[in-house]
Write a protein that binds this ligand. Structure first.
Ligand SMILES: Cc1cc2nc3c(=O)[nH]c(=O)nc-3n(C[C@H](O)[C@H](O)[C@H](O)COP(=O)(O)OP(=O)(O)OC[C@H]3O[C@@H](n4cnc5c(N)ncnc54)[C@H](O)[C@@H]3O)c2cc1C
Length: 582
């Protein structure tokens, strides 16, 4: 009998992941700064702080390395990343007003890997409307108006290619490019003109139809890890330490002789062992919209009653921790076509991708364009887009490649393309609360989607807006007709197709969210629900800041990664200023 063990060993070695040279095995006991979470914002903060040669930074990440993970790098593998170990796959509580048709328990995705959610997201790069940030300022985030923040977006961005707007930055670390354009996109533009919707360059003017700019370059995803950590770790090995599979449990505090409370370190669990590491200057929480409030509450910063019920010693009574969760509720839409010739993806797509890094496979399912629209409710109580802050309420991302239709329908179109309809400024708000005091138990997540009926009205207007495209001569040529579901809340949908009631049930049954924010929001001192001040410092303690999606006072009229990059950039500049490191 042959001995196959050597072959098995060789195969095992070949299959083994090579060690990521960016990682540190032996962290120090103390650093100037500890950043919790190597995600979209956290990687920026750690990278920018470690620019200062005299400063030491520890970056702790609960997930694994992205090194050698080809799924993360290849844009079109987006779907394959959604139910894997690089995703937190949170359970969310059964929703009263939505998710009728979704699997139970429904899952909420977030990236658990170097790069965080920027390693698993759809790569769409949209800054939001200038009015979003002016509205942040209106709500107490002093110094975060568009005029204040634009420069920080630019510091992050490195726009690649000639066709991209001059408004984007060109010297930053994050490569963004204007990629793919399908035939279907041209149809959207032509049809839009017929119904009075203009083509715009999103970075010049938000409302209208625009081609997308994405966080990919030459066909490869650019996560925050690729952009902000990999290019610098070699020269900064002495002062920037990155530890993966390190789950932070809580922030530690000391009280000085004057009774002032300061964060002076964190506990983290790696390989089953709890460790303590100290921060000489600050701890920065960048663990994202769910884990940042989770860590705060486990550390004693949160709503007093809730913490007392969980037998946690209250360090700061902060009622806003875990509240105000806002998300872009989004609906998949499908359009029947009379031919596959408008598709992005063809049999040559793989060849094109391999040879040039271009084409439909350089993006996820070929997404290439976006529509932003205010709806007829603009300026009314239904909409948050008051005349004062006219941001769009609806976004539709165009998906020219066919993707699986998620609902049952007696129409089985031979060819179809799609769009994803987003509600940009929801009035419904959700919560994050503790389930237990074990850091490994996920918190209770209740997004409370569509609890406010105005959100449904706005979504229906989104459907109506897309219906208008069907009536255009351009789209009639393509056979473009919306495919609608037969089911509603587990029953045959008896509502007249395309009535308001029909669309309401469609939205409540098949929508989801992936852009949550605002669970530790920024605001002024009179706002009891504000967790951080305008310099992102947690109120009531010293030496603790937050930099991630949770600090947004309100969600932006855009997908949320660009603002998270901006927040990371802004936070690091503020920290440097406050410690006289600039
Ligand atoms: C499926 C999906 C698709 C999306 N598509 C887009 C898109 O196309 N465009 C867009 O603009 N936005 C998109 N988004 C949203 C956007 O990516 C996020 O809003 C943004 O990346 C969040 O950044 P963050 O810094 O707040 O958190 P994250 O990037 O999630 O970073 C948090 C990090 O902290 C780590 N962490 C958490 N807890 C701990 C702990 N206890 N100890 C140590 N580390 C911890 C996490 O593992 C993670 O790495 C998408 C989101 C999802 C889920």
């Amino acid at each position: 009998m042959k001995d196959y063990s050597i072959i098995a060993l060789l195969l095992t070695l070949l299959a083994q992941k090579p060690y990521d040279p960016m990682l540190t095995d032996e962290p120090f006991n103390e650093y100037d700064f500890i950043v919790v979470g190597a995600g979209t914002s956290g990687a920026v903060v750690a990278s920018r702080l470690s620019e200062i040669p005299e400063v030491t930074v520890l970056l702790l990440e609960a997930g694994d390395t992205d090194f050698g993970n080809h799924l993360v790098k290849y844009p079109n593998s987006f779907n394959k990343l959604q139910r894997t170990s690089v995703n937190w796959n949170y359970d969310i509580v059964d929703q009263k007003h939505s998710f009728f048709q979704m699997e139970k328990p429904s899952k909420y995705p977030r990236g658990k890997i170097l790069g965080g959610t920027s390693s698993i997201n759809g790569m769409v790069y949209l800054r939001g409307s200038p009015h979003d940030y002016d509205s942040w300022q209106d709500h107490g985030a002093k110094g975060w108006s568009w005029r204040d923040v634009e420069v920080f977006f630019k510091k992050v961005e490195n726009a690649v290619g000639d066709e991209i707007s001059d408004r984007l930055g060109r010297g930053g670390m994050l490569n963004v490019s204007r990629g793919y354009r399908s035939q279907m996109y041209d149809k959207w533009i032509k049809a839009g003109k017929e119904i009075g919707i203009k083509e715009v360059d999103y970075f010049e003017e938000v409302e209208g139809i625009s081609r997308l700019v994405c966080t990919y370059s030459e066909g490869i995803r650019q996560s925050s890890s690729d952009a902000f950590l990999r290019p610098v770790y070699e020269e900064r090995k002495d002062r920037l330490h990155i530890v993966t599979n390190a789950r932070v449990g809580k922030v530690l505090f000391v009280t000085d002789e004057n009774g002032k409370l300061s964060a002076d370190g964190v506990t983290y669990i790696k390989n089953g062992k709890e460790k303590i590491v100290k921060a000489r200057k600050e701890v920065i929480l960048s663990a994202g919209v769910i884990e940042t409030p989770h860590i705060l509450m486990l550390s004693g910063i949160g709503p007093k009653n809730h913490l007392e019920n969980m037998m946690i010693k209250v360090v700061v009574d902060a009622p806003g921790v875990g509240s105000n969760m806002e998300d872009h509720f989004n609906n998949p839409l499908y359009f029947k076509l009379n031919s596959p010739r408008y598709y992005g993806q063809t049999k040559n797509s793989m060849k094109e991708y391999i040879l040039n890094g271009t084409g439909a496979l350089s993006t996820i399912v070929g997404i290439d364009g976006v529509l932003h629209h205010r709806t007829k409710y603009f300026g009314t109580d239904v909409s948050l887009s008051t005349k004062k802050r006219p941001f769009p309420m609806i976004e539709a991302l165009f998906v020219p490649s066919p993707y699986p239709i998620v609902f049952s329908t007696h129409e089985k179109p031979a060819f179809h393309s799609g769009a994803v309809l987003y509600l940009q400024h929801p009035k419904s708000k959700g919560t994050i609360s503790l389930n237990s005091t074990n850091p490994f138990d996920q918190p209770i997540i209740d997004p409370n989607y569509l609890s406010n009926h105005d959100d449904v009205k706005i979504l229906i207007e989104g459907f109506r807006q897309l219906e208008k495209f069907e009536m255009t001569e351009t789209m009639k040529e393509t056979g473009f007709t919306m495919v609608v579901p037969d089911v509603c809340n587990g029953q045959v949908n008896k509502n007249p197709p395309r009535s308001d009631e029909f669309y309401e049930c469609y939205a409540r049954s098949f929508s989801r969210g992936t852009h949550a924010c605002c669970t530790a929001k920024m605001g002024d001192k009179d706002d009891k629900m504000a967790v951080v001040d305008e310099r992102l410092r947690v109120r009531g303690v010293q030496g603790l800041r937050i930099a991630d999606a949770s600090v947004m006072p309100h969600i932006t009229s855009s997908n949320t990664q660009a603002p998270c990059y901006m927040i990371g950039q802004r936070a690091s500049d503020m920290i440097k200023e406050d410690w006289s490191l600039i």
